[in-house]
Design a binder for this molecule. Structure first.
Ligand SMILES: [Mn+2]
Length: 316
């Protein structure tokens, strides 16, 4: 595996063609936006490029991939993954591509290399920023579509420029997007200022059921599947719900657990600077960033809650 700089990545992308771009499991705004921006940028330069259709992309972000997708690989493409930290982050349907991925562009600090070459910058708040850096080195001009894809990635991974990962570079990238005509106000309204009734009800349930730990410095909440079904929340309603218990005054680390359809548990941890969320999830084979991390546990909800609580308390 070869580590590339931004310029080396730009050169690689200019030298190859026939691209197939991959996004990650439970796709968020960053992986969806990054894949879209890369595809659009490559097309602007006359390259053949497609995003491999990720069936898990929700309604909220689906518009970003409109007109860009291919439903299955043909076998001879240059495969590039965006925002994918480990093989387990690839959707089930993409797993056969393992070993055939030429390049990984990512910003996860705790990651497992699985491609021939990679551009990884853990200091980049979003993968979309990295994508834009590389595209601009290649001579791509930001147009409205590219700008909106980059803006969605950048804004969602920073909680609309509020999280501790936000840097001057994040704002510079956002400025490029604004100048190129991205609908900043509309996207912010849609992504950050609007709640469905289902999401608000879920937040209400979390307030009632979360357990405070460590004298209020930590919070943990385990959400049974039956509760999600009863409230009637969609995946979009649950997107980034784990950042909610962290918003309680005094809470530095918060973990949210969700029961999967198979009776296992997914955890999502959020932490303020000074604490490392990935330290909790790494214990369970997961990964992520200091501020936000996740893992899948082959354990029923109650058992997982106990194990995660223990791991959280070890943070001190
Ligand atoms: Mn990301």
């Amino acid at each position: 595996m070869k580590r590339l700089t931004r310029s080396e990545t730009a050169r690689f992308l200019l030298e190859h063609d026939n691209y197939l771009i991959l996004s990650h499991r439970r796709p968020d705004g960053d992986t969806t936006g990054s894949a879209a921006a890369l595809c659009l940028g490559l097309r602007q330069l006359g390259k053949t490029a497609f995003v491999l259709e990720n069936k898990e992309v929700s309604q909220r972000f689906r518009w970003l991939h409109e007109g860009l997708t291919k439903s299955a690989p043909e076998g001879n493409e240059t495969v590039v993954s965006t925002d994918v930290a480990s093989p387990s982050m690839l959707p089930e349907a993409f797993q056969p591509l393992l070993g055939k991925i030429a390049l990984r562009i990512d910003h996860h600090g705790s990651a497992t290399s699985f491609t021939d070459a990679e551009l990884v910058d853990p200091n980049s708040a979003s993968c979309a920023e990295l994508i834009w850096d590389v595209l601009s080195l290649m001579g791509v001009q930001a147009d409205k579509k590219i700008a909106e894809a980059v803006y969605v990635g950048t804004s969602t991974d920073t909680g609309c420029f509020r999280y501790s990962n936000t840097t001057a570079h994040t704002f510079e990238t956002a400025a490029v997007c604004a100048r190129a005509g991205a609908r900043i106000y509309e996207l912010n309204q849609e992504l950050f200022e609007t709640n469905t009734l289902g999401r608000l009800k879920m937040q209400g349930w979390i307030v009632e059921h979360m357990k405070m730990l460590s004298g209020g410095k930590m919070a943990i909440c385990a959400i049974p599947r039956a509760v999600e079904e009863e409230i009637g929340v969609t995946q979009d309603d649950m997107d980034n719900i784990s950042s909610f218990p962290r918003t309680v005054a005094g809470v530095c680390v918060a973990a949210t657990l969700r029961e999967t359809a198979d009776g296992d548990t997914k955890i999502s941890v959020r932490a303020v600077p000074g604490y490392d969320a990935a330290k909790v999830t790494e214990k369970f084979g997961g990964g992520g960033h200091k501020g936000a991390a996740g893992a899948s546990l082959k354990m029923p909800l109650a058992e997982a809650a106990e194990a995660v609580e223990k791991a959280m308390l070890e943070l001190g």
